[in-house]
Design a binder for this molecule. Structure first.
Ligand code: FE2
Length: 348
């Protein structure tokens, strides 16, 4: 069966097509909302961009997959976590298509989709997961033990019963996470402080690569949790005093050292043999290099997928959609819902 997946949690309106029979991604098309120079994302404007580009991106994905809407067997969409207006646009498009073509509609958790596509591409079966994106930075494991009381419950029902930390089979547990901001937002914010017009982590990484000079900056790891505000404030205070490449190199590496230490603690606790790094910041080669060294020292293997699947994308939503359909998670096409704060450990 071919599943169409729609991603719209933040900057990207993405549409993917996954063929579950051939286990193959057939299309992964994107329209990207560029923030005005020096500014962060404005949710309403990003949503307007998504609405404007939805029909064309869907057509491009179908064209790339060499199929028509009548060949699609189900529609999946990102239901959260993300920015409300952006999520709503994707949910509306998905609900419209599901109703028009009488197809099952599948709400997908964005973090869950990053994990599923990463596992599939790296061929990992039970990894420790470092999920690093703009708004989220978490160390996660998949729980294998079934919890009868939650089996078959929707995440909302489970949330009401406050049972969402101990999921049923296939549920996720967050072992550690950022206590303030996500590492992607940390990098974007700092790039703006440095005055870069289209500020993002990729620009910081390029600047950081110009030097090997390293200056240790404030470093906060508490158990398997970590924080970045001290690092941000200090690095900001060094602008104009320290060489810019050295600031970027020290700033990024200090943040990555925090992630490595917290992940190492989780790896030693769980004894896993695979470490999956996924999400937008997994595109950073320095982070992957450091995670590979850390994992290797414990007899484990660290991996990630290609950049196009670490950045936000519709293919991962369509791939997760196949699993959700199999698990009987389709909802009434008229009742598409979104949940801005749908954490991965609330996925049931
Ligand atoms: Fe993402």
């Amino acid at each position: 069966m071919k599943i169409l997946g729609i991603e719209s949690t933040a900057h990207t309106f993405g549409v993917g097509v996954y063929d579950s029979t051939k286990n193959k991604i057939l299309a992964n098309e994107k329209a990207y909302y560029k923030t005005p120079p020096g500014e962060g994302i404005i949710p309403r404007k990003a949503a307007e961009h998504h609405a404007k580009n939805a029909a064309q991106t869907i057509s491009l994905a179908l064209k790339k997959a060499k199929i028509k809407m009548k060949n699609i067997g189900a529609i999946a969409y990102s239901a959260g976590p993300g920015l409300g207006p952006c999520l709503q646009t994707g949910a509306t498009a998905a609900s419209f298509l599901a109703q028009k073509y009488d197809l099952p509609l599948l709400p997908a958790n964005h973090a869950h989709a990053h994990i599923e596509v990463g596992k599939a591409i790296c061929k990992f079966s039970d990894p420790l997961i470092l999920y690093v994106s703009g708004g989220n930075t978490q160390i996660i494991i998949e729980q294998k033990k079934p919890e009868k009381e939650n089996a078959g419950k929707s995440f909302r029902a489970a949330k009401k019963g406050k049972k969402f930390l101990a999921g049923k089979e296939g549920g996720y547990l967050v072992l550690g996470e950022t206590l303030d901001i996500g590492v992607g937002n940390l990098f974007d914010s700092f790039a703006r402080e440095l005055g870069y017009k289209f500020a993002h982590g990729g620009i910081l990484a390029k600047k950081a690569a110009e030097t090997e000079k390293f200056h240790l900056m404030p470093y906060t790891v508490k158990g398997m949790n970590f924080a970045f505000s001290g690092l941000f404030t200090y690095a900001k205070s060094q602008i104009g005093k320290m060489d810019e490449a050295q600031i970027c190199n020290s700033f990024m590496k200090t943040a990555f050292c925090e992630l490595c230490e917290a992940s190492e603690r989780a790896l030693m606790l769980t004894g896993k043999k695979e470490v999956l790094v996924c999400g937008g910041v997994a595109q950073n080669k320095q982070l992957m290099k450091m995670m590979q060294i850390m994992a290797k020292s414990h007899g484990a293997k660290a991996g990630t997928c290609e950049n196009e699947y670490n950045a936000d994308n519709g293919a991962m939503i369509s791939l997760l959609g196949a699993r959700l359909l199999k698990e009987g998670k389709a909802i009434d096409a008229k009742k598409a819902w979104i949940e801005q704060k749908w954490r991965v450990d609330m996925v049931m």
